[in-house]
Design a protein around this ligand. Structure first.
Ligand code: ATP
Ligand code: MG
Length: 441
């Protein structure tokens, strides 16, 4: 096994002091699966003071050293190295009451969540696999280390982690593990929103996000109760063949793996059950659902402690997800003046995902989205005017023509922009100045 230089270096520092070190967790799983690990975690059969001594010459963060963890800054990023430990008692159902350092990798592996995450690899590439993690990788199964019921009641975040790995690895969750998940859902209440949000965002980024969202709707509705009314909610509309929740789940799976877009899909129709009306023909409508979904998404994401940039962007996309300008220059210019080029491009992905989770009878609409995309691209290349700052004159020109500095200047610019966007005025200096004279007089 050839480890990256920084890991080989850490192994050799440990060996100099005759301490056994191991690569553990996700990196071993990735190596066994033939994938390049994205990050390496290590474990060492020693005590915290030994770690501090062995890595004394390295730049380190030692804020978690009382739990036996040291973060070593290497040329290839930060590597977390932890002393082998056992954990006992989870009275708060979140964190162990105490950790006990044990200098024994096998005992350390017992505290880990799933068999596929509970393997260690030494510096020679030998794998320590006491729970048949290799077998479970081959069978493509997520199974807890030890009794599932006990492990989820110790730390309910593991429920979200099971779903996350099922989604990202495309593995099935083993039967007992699955039963224990459904049984212990209520314990998720004990977990901080930050940790839930972190696992949720990883879950929705997986290849199998749609399948997991569908199979574990009870878990998802425990952390986002506002989704409950969507489950089983029939849309009674020719555009739709799925219930609201099923449509949501499928649309998450149908879009590019971009956190913002996938979060947008997760919440884009969440208000539909609240806004449902039926016309005299019995057809369902959801007027106003984009605005209401935007408000709900803002509340939910804020409660989950999503960063404010994410909240803002996701909400902007939800608000416009159902706005459908025709594929003409004129109507797209008007649309772009509202959403801007950046969001317009993201909204194309959103609308494609939305469409793919609707009735195939309307899939000819993809062509209209493709045409819209072509027009948007050429409008951007042309540098078409969509905001006041794109006008060929500025506030200074208006003041020079005798309008006193103040809000009126802005109002005049907006009026000029409106005319340019509607096509009744050209965006060149001469035409603008001429129109300006008319407005001032
Ligand atoms: P990724 O590829 O996303 O980093 P990972 O398996 O490395 O996946 P991490 O969240 O980085 O996941 O955790 C590292 C390792 O720590 C896991 O593989 C697992 O062995 C252990 N672990 C993490 N969280 C828990 C938990 N809540 N309970 C038990 N073991 C855990
Ligand atoms: Mg990791």
């Amino acid at each position: 096994m050839v480890f990256p230089n920084n890991i080989a270096e850490m192994f050799s520092l440990l060996e100099k002091e005759s301490v056994n070190g191991y690569v553990v967790g996700g990196a071993v799983r990735d190596i066994v699966m033939g994938k390049e690990p994205t990050d390496f975690d290590m474990a060492a059969e020693c005590l915290p003071e030994d770690l501090l001594r062995i890595f004394a010459e390295c730049r380190c963060f030692d804020h978690s050293i009382r739990f036996g963890t040291l973060n070593v800054v290497t040329d290839d990023g930060i590597v977390e190295i932890t002393c082998c430990r056992r954990e006992t008692g989870y009275t708060d159902l979140r964190r162990p009451d105490s950790v006990e350092f044990c200098k024994d990798i096998k005992k350390d592996l017992c505290r880990r969540d799933f068999t596929v995450n509970a393997m260690a690899m030494d510096s020679q590439g030998n794998i320590i696999d006491i729970f048949d993690g290799m077998g479970d990788i081959e069978r493509r199964i997520i199974r807890t280390v030890g009794k599932a019921d006990v492990r989820f009641s110790e730390d309910a975040l593991r429920i979200m982690r099971a779903l996350r790995f099922a989604s990202t690895l495309g593995f099935e969750i083993e039967e007992d593990t699955k039963k224990a998940i459904h049984k212990n859902i209520h314990l998720l209440k004990n977990i901080s929103s930050e940790r839930i949000y972190e696992e949720l965002t990883k879950l929705i980024m997986g290849d199998c996000a749609a399948e997991v969202l569908l199979e574990y709707s009870d878990v998802i509705c425990e952390i986002i109760p506002e989704l409950s009314p969507c489950v089983g909610f029939e849309q009674n509309n020719p555009h739709h063949i799925y219930t609201v929740y099923e449509h949501i789940a499928r649309s998450v799976g149908a879009c590019p793996k971009d956190k913002i877009i996938r979060l947008c899909m997760l919440f884009h129709d969440i208000a539909k059950p609240l806004m449902y009306t039926e016309d005299e023909k019995g057809i369902g409508h959801f007027k106003g659902h984009p605005e209401k979904s935007t408000d709900m998404a803002r509340d939910i994401l804020t409660r989950l402690h999503a960063d404010s940039e994410t909240v803002k962007l996701v909400c902007r996309l939800i608000k416009y997800h159902d706005t459908r300008p025709s594929a003409t220059r004129k109507s797209l210019i008007k649309y772009l003046s509202k959403v801007g080029f950046e969001d317009a491009k993201l909204l194309l992905d959103v609308r494609r995902a939305d469409l793919s989770a609707q009735s195939p009878a309307y899939h000819d609409q993809f062509e209209y989205l493709n045409e819209s995309e072509r027009i948007i691209t050429s409008l951007e290349t042309e540098g078409v005017c969509i905001s006041v700052s794109d006008l060929a004159i500025g506030g200074g020109d208006i003041i020079e023509m005798g309008v006193p500095a103040g809000p009126r200047v802005g109002d005049i610019l907006k009026e000029l922009l409106k005319r340019v966007i509607s096509g009744s005025l050209e965006n060149d200096r001469a035409s603008l100045i001429k129109a300006l004279r008319g407005i001032i007089e």
